[in-house]
Design a binder for this molecule. Sequence first.
Ligand code: AMP
Length: 282
Amino acid sequence: MKVIQQPLLIQKELIALKNTGKRIGLIPTMGNLHKGHLSLFQLAQSNCDVLVGSIFVNPMQFGANEDLDKYPRTLENDIKKLTELGVDYLFTPTEEIIYPIGTKTNTSVEVNRLTSRLCGYSRPEHFRGVATVVNILFNILQPDVVVFGKKDYQQYLILSAMVKDLFLPIEIIGGDIVREENGLAMSSRNKFLTEQQKEEASSLRKILLNSAKEIEDGILNFERIKQRAIEQLKRRKFKVDYLEICNKTTLEDANKEDKELLIACAAWLGKPRLLDNIEVSI
Ligand code: AMP
């Protein structure tokens, strides 16, 4: 695997490969790779000829009081994992390269719809940071296909909308959530949980599954299902940021006519804010 820090260097190599008809696949990450990330690389592998990863902890998507400094950085280990997987290129730019004048950039990318609810409510600047850096990565690496994880379902939807709205010639694929044995969605932030909290955290998945089952069984009082799930989470010491039952495409509150729903939740357990969701078809 070639590890390259300089944008123009990796761009030149990838464009040369594209010109020979190769299809470039990209997985953007912030590193500290776990099986969830690796599953996205595997999914991309069967959809491209040249597999490219990027590792960049993007300061622009972190709020002032968030965990940018504490975010785990494990580049050597990540390189080992991606090499074993057969990844061809890894792009590892520095903050100075991506944001030469700092994160108050001259240009940023704002997706107007889909961004104000769910995570956008408590993290108002977050998706502008995500959309901006992903655009920068797309422009440097010029991928044909990109895989995003559906663990960050809202992000996957927003970036799919961005690609469509801006006519970017890129195929977006959503990868399923990879979980620990107890059901907890894998995340780089899980390492801030104690062993006991890791066990307790599994109830988030169970509560979402219960809510999904109620809907599948024909109970369509979404507000009551939502309030009951929030109460159950609070009883298990979660501090709930949001739990919403929404239309899977628009992220608006679900109504009784909707057939494809998403139950999405963000909640703190101790230090980390955990994110999970479940797709429900009626
Ligand atoms: P991150 O490094 O957290 O920015 O994540 C990079 C990509 O990996 C994003 O597309 C995430 O949605 C995806 N991802 C993170 N955790 C998981 C997981 N447990 N299962 C599937 N995809 C994941």
